[in-house]
Design a protein around this ligand. Sequence first.
Ligand code: GDP
Ligand code: MN
Length: 390
Amino acid sequence: MDIHEYQAKELLEGFGVAVPRGGLAYSPEQAAYRAQEIGGERWVVKAQVHTGARGKAGGIKLCKDDHEVAHAADELLGKRLVTAQTGPRGKLIHRLFVEEALPIERELYLGLVLDRKTERVMVVASAAGGMEIEEIAHSKPETIIRASVDPATGMKPFQAREIAFALGLSGGLVAQAVTTLLGCYRAFVELDATMVEINPLVVVSGPRLVALDAKMTFDDNALFRRPQIAELRDKSQEDSRERDAADRGLSYVGLDGAIGCIINGAGLAMATMDMIQHAGGEPANFLDIGGGASPERVAKAFNLVLSDAKVQAVLVNIFAGINRCDWVAQGVVQALQKRPAGVPVVIRLSGTNVEEGRRILRESGLPIVTAEGLADAADTVVAAWKKAAA
Ligand code: GDP
Ligand code: MN
């Protein structure tokens, strides 16, 4: 689960990490009021949306007076911010964080991630902050510092000091970096995070070390024991299709093409996506029915895929092991008898009870196109989609 920047800053502040003074705003008037409350001469108005790279997308605005703050807020609120990470739909802005703007002397990168290979928390840091970590890894890989933390001891001050020195910090900044690193590590472990990222971590006059941006992601499987984290969830930032599927116990991935896909298993989903693209189409989504899906579950899945306005053709691609082709066929027939699809439907069945499944489809009298094998299924659905679209 992701949370907003202001929420991450509030949590990290509780672990000793220094953050700029700021306040939340839901309207231009409130934003201007926040600026007055904070004081100073420069402010940043920051869109609170679950994505990075907001700065480049116009979601971070530097302002010189409270009129500019109100104007920036007016421009941002209610808009969908499209960044390099959101996909073309973008994310709705309905909260802003107004902060004192700080004159930056240096920008650093600090991230803590769960390294699944070593089963440890890994600290990733770089003296080249401000850009995304992927960009740093590409253009300045030599600046990246990595340190893995022994879970038996947790992060020790000497290890934090080593990282601070490697970042080129000296004097009083070393102690501040140690506080920041130890605080981030404790927040990570004690709140069941899977990622903590401060980018940029900046040096400002003083000198002081301040977290100018903050991002945290949490382990969904641990939310049951972290109610104070679970309540930070903002459903408006999630893909509504994925949310509806999850609420029904189905696993859904929303994409941007035109072909709706019902499959079983993540591996088959990947293969199906490749084959559809190879055939000249683009998937609109994937719905994974999982194993042992009942006809009712399949019907539900089918309706969910069809409810996406982007879907102009549907491919049901099932390789049944634990699943049963006859149940899958029954589910699709049930759904189509209640409500015609209105778009071409192609079905490829293989595995358990396949003959019975095919018989059910054949005898239903419904306009279903059947296909044999993955390549044939992809070619058939792409051809049907192109024909329907033309
Ligand atoms: P992101 O683009 O979503 O990662 O949002 P950030 O919070 O990291 O802001 C993007 C960039 O805006 C930062 O890297 C800074 O260069 C700039 N910025 C953000 N806050 C301030 C501030 O208080 N003062 C100054 N001078 N620049 C800021
Ligand atoms: Mn950032």
